[in-house]
Design a protein around this ligand. Structure first.
Ligand code: FAD
Ligand code: MLT
Ligand code: ZN
Length: 471
């Protein structure tokens, strides 16, 4: 029996996809920059089916690319290009693992299947009067399994932390089919290594996440959003620090620039938020139980900002409208062409100097390219987007990441390494750390079948070697 038939016997023939017209959306990433062939797409509906799929693929020495919503921005969710020369992988889609369990009111937690979308989890939490506090613009497609695998950050990290801080437990399927279940929701459990946390940020290289136990937080019924026009990145960093000190309910501090705002307005066909353009925009949000508008006004009154450079929203429609100027940057950039997306963190004290320097570095490395900067300034996280260089020319990527390292930053704040940044991982990790990471990978996935070429170099070399040894 061929591989497709063996997998169909586990998941049903309707869930083994081989028609290239159907598999196309699984083999190219959201940006259009990363793409590669898959022999088939398999869609299991339970952890037991995932276990059998992995056992069959391991026996056939076929690599497995794990995919959730395919909104990842670093090429980790799709197969490597045919030119990489490794064996053609199977894509394992988690989208049928989408059950969202009831909210445990005593613990403020819920358990969701890895393929549940962020929006589905957020809605379940809200129905129970609680909130799942991680949020990002791809909420209707991104899955909680993918968000665990990438340790997704998003819009409210400065208040609630990234995905890692929300994960109470997981169910994992290892490459050999063993299932590790820790979904009891115990917040105190000091019984050795925390394998759930080990998998957070592992980008599909250690295990398939099949379910996640998540913490929820109280709903803050009041929300005020302000968009502030400023003169420089340094001002935005200083004002964010001031807000952090004074506003208990600060839940977002986001930055973008005039050229990005013009791009978004053109893309959406909307007017800019302020009458007079400013070089830098800081979007801040305060949430709480009462009078957050008063709190925001009081804090802004104490700092020196002209009224003309401030737009404030105290209702949902207004807040959504202001947020759109920031959230819609990703799609506006993508409308220009295939973007090179670099997602970096800097020490807050180095962010302004980096912003100035990166403009020159990009101009030198990719003359004529369009550079759009935006990000989560409260976390020191800038998204560096470059449109112009061909998808497979990574000169500008290397130049920007070297600059990041020179400023004491990390080459990935929240999107991960994927296939896009493998050559530069050494800029953020020491040889000893890389060796330990390799040892962990070898311990959990000795055959190297899970996402080869993601995070670490190589695209099936281990599989080929194992194959030769067995022959
Ligand atoms: P995929 O793209 O399908 O996969 C991502 C990685 O996780 C791959 O390496 C894949 O192999 C692995 N993976 C997926 N599911 C599993 C699983 N069940 N088990 C093991 N490994 C798995 N990211 C942020 O951090 N912050 C943002 O603000 C943000 N905003 C975004 C806005 C837009 C418009 C878009 C398109 C993307 C944005 N992202 C953001 C990136 C993306 O949404 C996140 O990386 C998200 O976590 C990916 O989830 P996914 O289900 O789409 O995963
Ligand atoms: C964002 O903050 O909007 C996301 O991380 C997506 C992006 O970088 O484009
Ligand atoms: Zn982001």
């Amino acid at each position: 029996m061929g591989l497709a038939d063996r997998l169909a016997a586990v998941v049903g023939a309707a869930h083994v996809l081989t028609d290239p017209d159907v598999t196309g959306s699984y083999t190219t990433d959201w940006t259009g920059r990363f793409s590669g062939p898959a022999s088939l797409v398999v869609r299991p509906s339970s952890s037991a089916e995932v276990a059998q799929v992995l056992q069959i693929c391991a026996a056939a020495r076929t690599p497995v690319v794990v995919q959730g919503g395919n909104t990842g921005l670093v090429g980790g969710s799709v197969p490597p290009p045919a030119s990489s020369g490794g064996p053609i992988p199977v894509v394992l889609s988690t989208t049928r693992l989408d059950a969202v369990g009831p909210v445990d009111q005593a613990a403020s937690q819920l358990t969701a299947g890895a393929g549940a979308t962020l929006a589905a989890v957020q809605a379940a939490a809200r129905r129970a009067g609680l909130v799942f506090p991680v949020d990002l613009a791809a909420r209707h497609s991104a899955t909680v399994g993918g968000m665990v695998a990438t340790n997704a950050g998003g819009l409210h990290v400065l208040r609630y932390g990234a995905m890692r801080q929300q994960v109470v437990g997981t169910e994992l399927v290892l490459a050999d089919g063993r299932v590790l279940t820790r979904l009891s929701g115990l917040v105190k459990d000091n019984t050795g290594y925390d394998l759930s946390q080990l998998v957070v940020g592992s980008e599909g290289t250690l295990a398939v996440v099949t379910a996640v136990r998540l913490r929820l937080v109280p709903h803050q019924p009041q929300r005020a959003v302000a968009l502030l026009g400023l003169g420089s990145t340094a001002e935005a960093v200083a004002l964010t620090a001031e807000l952090r000190r004074r506003a208990d309910g600060l839940s977002a501090a986001e930055i973008f620039y005039h050229d990005g705002l013009e791009l978004v307005c053109g893309h959406l066909g909307t007017e800019p938020p302020l009458a007079a353009p400013r070089p830098v925009y800081l979007l801040v949000e305060i949430t709480g139980r009462q009078d957050v508008v008063g709190e925001l006004a009081a804090v802004l009154g104490e700092v020196d900002i002209e009224d003309a450079a401030t737009a404030v929203a105290d209702d949902e429609a207004g807040a959504t409208r202001l947020w759109a100027y920031r959230e819609r940057h990703t799609e506006a950039v993508a409308s220009l062409g295939v973007p090179h997306k670099l997602d970096v963190t800097l020490p807050l004290g180095a962010l302004a100097a980096f912003e100035t320097a990166v403009r020159q570095v990009v101009a030198d490395a990719a003359p004529g390219a369009t550079l759009v900067l935006f990000g989560h300034v409260g976390d020191g996280n800038l998204h560096v987007n470059v449109v112009g260089p061909p998808a497979d020319d990574d000169t500008v990527d290397g130049a920007v990441l070297a600059l990041v390292a020179g400023h004491g930053g990390s080459i990935s704040a929240e999107h991960g390494i994927g296939r896009a940044k493998v050559p530069w991982l050494h800029l953020s990790r020491s040889p000893a750390e890389l060796a330990v990471m390799g040892a962990v990978k070898a311990a959990l996935d000795p055959g190297g079948i899970l996402n080869p070429g993601v995070l670490f170099a190589g695209s099936g070399d281990d599989l080929r070697r194992n194959g030769d040894a067995d022959d």
